[in-house]
Design a protein around this ligand. Structure first.
Ligand code: NAP
Ligand code: F7E
Length: 331
């Protein structure tokens, strides 16, 4: 009998990579899709016909009960969220409803349908819960025991999701695990996130489709890995006998300027500065200046290790966007 997984956030970056992974492992995959006419539905149906889509929304508890009853999952991966930090400052209440309380709605749907002892649950926690302050382990990075200090409505909502997941583990004996994932990127990254915004603009600049890119703060540093590597870690967490919390990270940190430097090199440009303009519109009311993760526990307990390094991540993203944008040139 093949295992059954229900993935929320199926139209997102991680939803794509995780469903590919689980399908290759022989799982029956269900995906939760929201909205009356979600434009991404047709893309999922075309690219990943093996996924059974179930309509539902993290803010609608009854739809989640229905989704659990329909899929009868062995594993639930909660990837759905308002996930853009900048957007969360502009829409803090929606963010709390979806990214925070939505986790509780899903856990309750599992519990009231009697799944708390059967279902293994993954919560997509985040390095944004650390906030870049209290950087109390210089050189080593944040691990599972580091202090939380979220610096955005997104980070605060995720922290609620993190603690309510741990609470259901402790209160009801649920096999509920939290992956504290540092930034992970790739070909499927949303265009509103800085790495993809850069790789896509670099491709368009090279192809003559645009002449510059507008960005916010260029100094923050992030621990950037490849999404395809990180979904393997999510799956490994749910295969452990005991639930737990794990940091997935590369253990390296790089600035946005470093990313620009490597991305523009891919199109033969040594000096990126003439192509970049700063626009206050993309600055945030509070910034996370530096994130560096320590994945020692995940490496030791799960046997997880990232495969793609920073340089190859930038390369694969620019290469992908060059291939994506080239057909748009009208000759
Ligand atoms: P993403 O590409 O932004 O995808 C977010 C998904 O959530 C989309 O499928 C979206 O569906 C869905 N969603 C939004 N609101 C919803 C609602 N009310 N009900 C149901 N679904 C809803 O995010 P990602 O990069 O794949 O990240 C996956 C998860 O990991 C997120 O929870 C994110 O916060 C977390 N995380 C990401 C990173 C990272 O670096 N990528 C790091 C740490 C944690 P629509 O198509 O309907 O909008
Ligand atoms: O910003 C700066 C921005 O939006 C990275 C999400 O997946 O990872 C992601 O959150 C940095 C920030 O990602 C622009 O101020 C400058 O310092 O790509 P981002 P994020 O905020 O780190 C975490 C781990 C998550 O959990 C989140 O879901 O880049 N920056 N200029 C810019 N950022 C954006 N988006 N756009 C700019 O123009």
């Amino acid at each position: 009998m093949s295992k059954v997984a229900l993935i929320t956030g199926i139209t997102g970056q991680d939803g794509y990579h995780l469903s590919e992974l689980l399908n290759n492992k022989g799982y029956k995959v269900y995906g939760l899709i929201r909205g009356q006419q979600n434009p991404k539905k047709i893309i999922v149906e075309q690219e990943q016909p093996y996924i059974d889509l179930i309509e539902g929304d993290l803010t609608d508890p009854a739809s989640l009960v229905q989704a659990i009853e329909t899929a009868q999952p062995d594993e639930v991966y909660n990837l759905a969220a308002v996930s853009h930090v900048g957007y969360s400052f502009r829409n803090p209440i929606l963010t709390a409803e979806v990214t925070g309380k939505g986790v509780l709605n899903l856990l309750e749907a599992i519990r009231v349908t009697g799944g708390e002892k059967k279902v293994r649950f993954y919560q997509a926690s985040t390095s944004e819960m650390f906030g870049g302050l209290d950087y109390n382990r210089p050189g080593k990075g944040y691990d599972e025991n580091a202090l939380f200090h979220p610096r955005s409505p997104y980070g605060a909502a995720k922290l609620y999701g993190h603690w309510i997941t741990k609470n259901y583990r402790e209160s009801y004996g649920m096999h509920a695990s939290c992956g504290i994932l540092f930034n992970h990127e790739g070909e499927r990254r949303g265009i509103e996130f800085v790495t993809r915004k850069i790789s896509n603009a670099v491709a368009k600049i090279h192809l003559g489709l645009q002449d510059h890119i507008e960005l916010g703060n260029l100094d923050p540093k992030r621990d950037w890995g490849y999404a395809g590597d990180y979904v393997e870690g999510m799956w490994l967490m749910l295969q452990q006998e005991e639930p737990g919390d794990y940091v997935l990270a590369t253990g390296e940190t790089h600035s946005i300027k470093d990313f620009l430097e490597l991305a523009f090199k891919e199109i033969g440009v040594d000096d990126w500065k003439p192509y970049v303009r700063q626009n206050p519109k993309f600055m945030r009311p509070a910034e996370v200046d530096i994130l560096l993760g320590n994945p020692e526990k995940a490496e030791r307990v799960l046997g997880w290790k990232r495969k793609v390094d920073f340089e190859n991540l930038v390369k694969l993203m620019v290469k992908h966007d060059l291939e994506l944008e080239a057909p748009r040139i009208i000759t």
